[in-house]
Design a binder for this molecule. Structure first.
Ligand code: HEM
Ligand SMILES: Nc1nc2c(c(=O)[nH]1)N[C@H]1C(S)=C(S)[C@@H](COP(=O)(O)O)O[C@H]1N2
Ligand SMILES: [Mo]
Length: 495
């Protein structure tokens, strides 16, 4: 008996992993709540058809501005104690924290599972026989009738506890990663079969959310039982690796560790509001390394069929509220010209009829908005690769900047950037038709960019000109696009 108890002490690596996990799971949940607030609805259908959500945390529809309802009108503002960083449309910051935490949480998770198997500690979590099932039912009845199992049953774990931990470690956590990846436009474009493993991208997103809810319930019950079943003794186990009795030192260190987690959350929240650019710069390298850069090499190979086209396609961004643009609409874009200039041998200026005369390309693809909604549509236009062959970029050219007619209330232009490599992909096109009709005004008339492995914010609508540059640092605010400059979105935009 004595020997068995000794072998139950938690090793140091396990206690450290437990703490790191606690810290980043909380950051993941809080930043996740921020992300979902930007489109607080979940669907089973990939089109996000209007009013087809199975749950909504949004407000009711209000009067549309300029006669157009956009996905931004549905965004809600969560409180800062709940979401990281809280407030209206802080999606860019929320995503920085989410993917920064993904890096640490996933890395710790791998090391933890590896060590579980190397050291044999996995026996703690994986039941040795099917008897765990009736055992777990018994424990459940004990709890459900407001009793606690006798203390002996916690060593190592009671059957219900063991099953629950095994579920969280071996089922819930991997599914969080797998469904997280299924929401990446680059992954879905390169491997269209992958989101189908879950049904579709919106089902994956719903599962990601439901599992978060289950995780929250788990954490609440877990913490409650730690307190109820002998707080001091449990802290001794998890903080000092002690095997019997309580420990004031352990309680003190444990409470200090919890205070540290709270402090990190308060600081992260405060810094995101006060110094967002600094937060983006500090967290950015981890995100580049783990999430964005590997996904950036994935290119679109998707092609959907006509009957998969979405009945309704959400709109993000209203038509430019300027006289110049209204004039263009009023004259049916007769005077519109697309200028292609910058580091090119042969600058060109093309009218709409001239664009139409160039070889056309049609594609049916899935759009992923960074807010969370998706939709399938057919886009027709001129491959950018052909336009590049016409204008002939110089050898030092590396990026292509897409300028639009849209100016915000501060006069800042909506623009975006792609690498020359992405621009030469066959599905990168200047689209002038959507679902077989001339591109409607809300969707970017007379022409817009499509690059199918990226998030929607990259696909500039209401195009004015295309500029080929060596480095985008000298354009606009310097971060590669309007959203990158002002909303701290990541430039690579692959997830
Ligand atoms: C304990 C771990 C995690 C928790 C609790 C969590 C929670 C959440 C929540 C609540 C959301 C908002 C739901 C939504 O609007 O879609 C979200 C979004 C997201 N999460 Fe996680 N997450 C976790 C791990 C991960 C991992 C490992 C990845 C891997 C890449 C990931 C990728 C994403 C992505 C891409 C989104 C945005 C989806 C969208 O476009 O709407 N998450 N997460
Ligand atoms: N000029 C301009 N282009 C834009 C936007 C915008 O606000 N202004 N929004 C972007 C975002 S975030 C998305 S998701 C897509 C939405 O395209 P849609 O309105 O055709 O659905 O356009 C992108 N291009
Ligand atoms: Mo978007």
């Amino acid at each position: 008996m004595h020997h068995e108890v000794i072998s139950l002490g938690f090793p140091l690596w396990l206690r450290i992993a437990h703490f790191i996990n606690l810290l980043f799971v909380i950051l993941l949940i809080r930043s996740g709540i921020q992300i979902l607030s930007d489109h607080p609805k979940f669907y089973w259908n990939v089109h996000c058809a209007l009013n087809s959500e199975w749950i909504s945390f949004g407000r009711k529809r209000i009067e549309p501005r300029q006669g157009i309802w956009t996905s931004m009108d549905e965004a809600v503002a969560p409180p800062a104690w709940l979401a990281l960083p809280g407030g209206y449309h802080n999606l860019g910051m929320g995503r920085h924290w989410h993917f920064f935490s993904v890096f640490f949480w996933v890395t710790t998770g791998w090391i933890y599972v590896l060590l579980l198997f190397i050291t044999g500690e996995w026996r703690r979590l994986l039941p040795a026989s099917w008897e765990v099932i009736p055992g777990a039912i018994n424990t459940f009845i004990t709890y459900a009738t407001f009793h606690l199992p006798p203390p002996g049953e916690f060593h190592p774990y009671d059957p219900l506890q063991q099953l629950t931990y095994a579920f969280v470690v071996f089922i819930l956590s991997p599914l969080m990663i797998l469904t997280g990846v299924a929401m990446s436009p680059a992954v879905d474009a390169n491997f269209p079969w992958y989101p189908r493993l879950f049904g579709n991208r919106q089902i994956a997103r719903s599962i990601h959310f439901i599992l978060t809810c289950i995780l929250v319930v788990f954490i609440v019950i877990h913490v409650a039982l730690v307190v109820l079943t002998g707080f001091s003794e449990n802290m001794n186990h998890m903080v000092l690796g002690g095997i019997s009795g309580g420990s004031r030192t352990a309680v003190a260190i444990g409470l200090f560790a919890i205070a540290f987690v709270v402090l990190v959350n308060v600081l992260a929240t405060w810094m995101s509001h006060k110094y967002p650019r600094l937060v983006a710069k500090l967290t950015g390298p981890f995100i580049d390394l783990t999430v964005w850069a590997p996904l950036d090499s994935l290119k679109s190979r998707q092609e959907y069929s006509k009957d998969e086209i979405s009945p309704y396609f959400w709109i993000n961004g209203r038509p430019p509220d300027t006289d110049t643009y209204r004039q263009l609409v009023a004259t049916n874009f007769q005077t519109w010209r697309l200028e292609i200039h910058g580091l090119v041998e042969n600058p060109v200026s093309l009218s709409l009829p001239e664009l139409h005369k160039l070889p056309r390309k049609s594609q049916i693809t899935m759009h992923h908005c960074i807010q969370g909604w998706s939709g399938i549509a057919e886009w027709t236009g001129v491959p950018l690769g052909d336009l590049m062959s016409i204008c002939k970029p110089f050898s030092n050219a590396r990026y292509v900047v897409f300028h639009s007619y849209e100016l915000d209330e501060k006069g800042r232009e909506y623009y975006g950037t792609l690498s020359l490599d992405d621009v030469r992909h066959p599905q990168s096109i200047i689209a002038y038709e959507m679902n077989g009709l001339p591109l409607p005004v809300p969707y970017g008339a007379p022409a817009r960019l499509r690059c199918e492995s990226k998030l929607g914010f990259k696909m500039v609508k209401y195009l004015r000109s295309i500029e080929i540059v060596e480095d985008y640092a000298t354009v606009g605010g310097g971060y590669g696009g309007y959203r990158e400059d002002n909303e701290y979105y990541g430039t690579i935009a692959s997830i």
